[in-house]
Design a protein around this ligand. Structure first.
Ligand code: FE2
Length: 382
C-alpha cells in the first residue's frame, strides 16, 4: 500500500445554527477577538451584530474590521495587520469566503513573526506557531477553513502568491449553513466549481494518498448530486455543499492542486474572474489532454462517485454538471482575449508547485494546447 501522512488539526463544528457557539469557542483561544468580515454582507443580514452579541455574552472584547477586500493584496493584509497589532487582540475570527479566511491567515502570520508577507511566499514554509484563527466560511467552495494555504496578490505584479504551512491552519471552523442563505447563484456556481476542481485535481495529484482520495470522492459525490439543487436555492443542498467544500479542502490540504489551478490564476488576477470559474474553465481540457496517462484514475473516480461513466465520457458528464450551474463554456464566452493566451500559459508555468503535483509533466507546448482548447470551449454534449 502507498505510504502517506495526513495532518488536520482544525476542530470542525458542523451544525446549522452553530454560529451561536462563537463566544464560547473564542473564549478557548483568547480574551480579545479581532473579527474580520467583508463589506456589507455580514452587516446587512445581521451576522455582525449577532457575532458581536455572542462574543460580549462571554465578556470577551472585540475589534471589528469589516473591509476585507476580495482577493487580498499585500497592501491590504499589511494594513489589517497594523490594526490587529494596535488592537492587542489575541484571536482572529474570520467570517466570510476564501478571501477573508486567507487574509486572516496572512495577518496571524505577520502579527506573530513580523516582516513583510512577501518574506514568507512559497518555497518558504511556515512552521512557527501563529495567532489562533476561528474560520466561519460563508461560501461553499474554497475549503480554506481546513487548508494550510493563503493566496495573496503581489502589489507590484498583480500575481497570485502562495503562503503555506501547517501552522496557518485555523484552530477551529464553524460550519453553519444558515450563513449561506443569502448567497447569489453566481457565487454558488463559482464556489461549487472550485470544489469540483479540488476533488479531481487532488485525486489525480502526485501527492494524493488513500486518505485524501477518500475526502475527494465523498466531496465529489455530494457535489454532483447537490450543486445544481443548491444553485436553484435549495437550503438543504447548500448545507450539503458546505460539507462537500470542507471535504474538498481536506483533500487538497495534503494532496494539493494541479494544472487547472495553475492556469486559472491569471484569469483571476487580470480579469477578476472568480477563482472557481477561472480554474474549472481549464479542468475538462486538462483531463482530456492527459487521459491516456490518467485513464485508470479517472475511471476509479467516476465509479467511486457513482457517476459510472467510462474515462472517455467523464469530461462530458462534468460538462453536463457545469452547464446546469451556468458555467461559461469557453474562455471567449467569459470575455478573455485570445491575445492573452501566452500570458495565461506563462503565468501557469510559474506555478511550479501545482505543475509538480500534476500527474503528467506539462511543458509550455502542453499548456498552450490546453489553453487553446479552453478558448474553443467544452465539447457539445452528444
Ligand atoms: Fe481552489
Amino acid at each position: 500500500m502507498d505510504k502517506f501522512q495526513f495532518y488536520l488539526p482544525t476542530r470542525i463544528i458542523f451544525e446549522r445554527g452553530c454560529l451561536s457557539k462563537i463566544g464560547e469557542l473564542a473564549s478557548k483561544y483568547g480574551k480579545k477577538c479581532f473579527l474580520m468580515t467583508m463589506g456589507e454582507f455580514a452587516t446587512k443580514y445581521g451576522f455582525t451584530e449577532y457575532i458581536l452579541d455572542k462574543i460580549s455574552e462571554r465578556e470577551l472584547s472585540v475589534y471589528l474590521y469589516d473591509e476585507v477586500e476580495m482577493n487580498p493584496t499585500e497592501r491590504g493584509v499589511n494594513k489589517i495587520n497594523e490594526l490587529f497589532v494596535d488592537s492587542r487582540c489575541d484571536v482572529i475570527i474570520a467570517f466570510g469566503g476564501g478571501s477573508v479566511i486567507d487574509a486572516a491567515k496572512a495577518v496571524s502570520l505577520l502579527a506573530k513573526l513580523g516582516g513583510k508577507i512577501g518574506d514568507y511566499y512559497f518555497p518558504n514554509v511556515v512552521d512557527k506557531e501563529l495567532y489562533p484563527i476561528i474560520a466561519i466560511p460563508t461560501t461553499c467552495g474554497t475549503g480554506s477553513e481546513v487548508t494550510k494555504y493563503a493566496i495573496i496578490t503581489e502589489d507590484e505584479t498583480g500575481k497570485k502568491k502562495t503562503v503555506l504551512g501547517d501552522t496557518l491552519l485555523p484552530k477551529a471552523a464553524l460550519l453553519d449553513a444558515n450563513t449561506l442563505k443569502y448567497l447569489t447563484k453566481s457565487i454558488i456556481s463559482s464556489t461549487g466549481a472550485d470544489v469540483i476542481c479540488h476533488c479531481i485535481e487532488s485525486f489525480t495529484s502526485n501527492k494524493r494518498s488513500p486518505f485524501s482520495d477518500m475526502f475527494a470522492v465523498e466531496s465529489a459525490k455530494i457535489t454532483f448530486e447537490y450543486l445544481p439543487k443548491a444553485f436553484n436555492g435549495d437550503e438543504e443542498a447548500k448545507e450539503r455543499m458546505l460539507y462537500a467544500s470542507c471535504l474538498g479542502g481536506a483533500a487538497i490540504n495534503t494532496a494539493g492542486t494541479t494544472a487547472a489551478h495553475a492556469l486559472g490564476y491569471y484569469l483571476s488576477s487580470k480579469y477578476h474572474i472568480p477563482h472557481g470559474i477561472a480554474t474549472v474553465m481549464f479542468l475538462p481540457h486538462v483531463i482530456d489532454y492527459e487521459i491516456e496517462s490518467i485513464k485508470g484514475r479517472i475511471e476509479e473516480f467516476s465509479y467511486g462517485i457513482k457517476l459510472g461513466a467510462p474515462a472517455e465520457q467523464f469530461t462530458e458528464k462534468l460538462g453536463e454538471l457545469l452547464n446546469q450551474v451556468d458555467v461559461p463554456k469557453s474562455l471567449g464566452e467569459l470575455g478573455i482575449k485570445v491575445d492573452d493566451k501566452n500570458k495565461i500559459v506563462q503565468e501557469g508555468l510559474s506555478f511550479r508547485r501545482n505543475l509538480e503535483n500534476n500527474p503528467v509533466k506539462l511543458e509550455e507546448k502542453d499548456l498552450t494546447a490546453i489553453v487553446e482548447k479552453a478558448f474553443k470551449g467544452r465539447p457539445a454534449i452528444k
